[in-house]
Design a protein around this ligand. Structure first.
Ligand code: SAM
Length: 325
């Protein structure tokens, strides 16, 4: 596959013609919505910074994320994902961030054309990092309004993104619109957590919107340090069920108890300090970050004309692959 031909093919999928800058097709550069614009700036900051730091931690994160992806979307192993992707002509990684999953798809399925779309400057970083992958093209644009013609994409993967868009329901309808009949949307939403954590998170976001990115990084470092110290306590508690507050009972360590019920203070020794800090930053910094119950998620899928099937749910999220009939 030739990269220039693929650029032209990608261009032909759009309703209008757009400029190309630094090997990225610019479909939309800025949002009219204040919260979406702030969210884009936060991710631009996060990805540009993260791309330069701790390459070893990054590799570990990518490997961890790929394994998790298989679980989230019902693939028993990478081989199964590969043979699934090989049947798809055009694949969209909607909200691709640094583009490592789009690159993964491109390597697994060399005859498919993969488009990675992101609204942040991560699209430029990804295009530079993967310039030599012929079947992979990056686009800067809004997945809530892709400008892609209807019914052309066989697989849309929207992993850990839709809850950051201005109107997730509208985004889901948009992603369903561009799917071809028989195509599938793989989508993930944050799950609602205990009431105390939800209230805290909402209050926190009002505050974190007002502070500078530097202060937000500092806060993320402090939250990471808290998570680390709580983990190091090595205290386990047997938590009672408190259904009215959404607190789930069971044996857990102190960091997990605080984390699920009160405050995001992520710490993962294996992934390392930089990845833990950026995970905390990613949670509290963007203004757009909605959470959903199982029923909310089902309703969104129904409204987008997608077939609801049994899906994956865990404490952090709901996710699955859904068919466009
Ligand atoms: C948590 S990251 C996930 C990135 C990637 N999917 C992954 O799994 O590593 C969320 C990404 O969604 C992007 N994003 C948020 N709103 C968007 C929108 N309306 N259109 C396109 N991308 C968006 C952000 O810029 C960010 O890169």
């Amino acid at each position: 596959m030739n990269k220039m031909n693929n650029f032209n093919k990608v261009k032909s999928l759009f309703k209008h013609q757009f400029l190309k800058k630094n090997n990225v097709l610019i479909v939309s550069d800025a949002s009219e919505f204040v919260n979406q614009e702030q969210t884009n700036e936060i991710f631009s900051d996060k990805w540009v910074k993260y791309n330069k730091e701790d390459l070893e931690g990054q590799e570990k994160l990518f490997e961890f994320q790929k394994k998790w992806y298989l679980e989230l979307y019902g693939f028993s192993n990478e081989e199964e994902l590969k043979s699934y992707l090989c049947k798809k002509e055009i694949i969209l990684d909607a909200g691709c961030g640094l583009g490592y999953k789009a690159k993964w798809f491109a390597d697994l399925s060399p005859n498919s054309l993969i488009i990675g779309m992101d609204y942040s400057d991560a699209a430029f970083v990804a295009a530079k990092n993967y310039i030599d992958t012929p079947n992979l093209v990056f686009v800067k644009g809004d997945i809530g309004n892709t400008n892609i013609k209807s019914g052309l994409i066989q697989y849309v993967s929207c992993d850990q993104v839709i809850h950051h868009t201005e109107d997730p329901q509208k985004t889901m309808v948009e992603l369903s619109r561009i799917l071809s009949p028989g195509g599938e949307l793989a989508v993930y939403v944050y799950a609602k957590k205990a009431l105390s954590r939800e209230l805290m998170d909402d209050y926190f976001r009002v505050k974190t919107k007002e502070i500078s990115k530097e202060d937000m990084w500092e806060l993320s470092e402090q939250l990471t340090e808290l998570g680390k110290r709580l983990t190091e306590l090595k205290i386990n508690i047997d938590v009672p069920d408190i259904p009215l507050l959404g607190i789930k009972g069971g044996e857990m360590d102190m960091q997990r108890f605080i984390y699920w019920n009160f405050l995001k203070c992520f710490w993962n020794e294996e992934l390392g300090k930089e990845t833990s800090i950026s995970t905390n930053y990613d949670w509290y910094a963007p203004s757009n970050a909605l959470r959903y119950s199982k029923n909310d998620f089902i309703q969104m899928l129904v409204n987008a004309n997608l077939t609801v099937r049994p899906f994956h749910s865990e404490e952090a999220c709901h996710s699955g692959r859904f068919l466009k009939e």
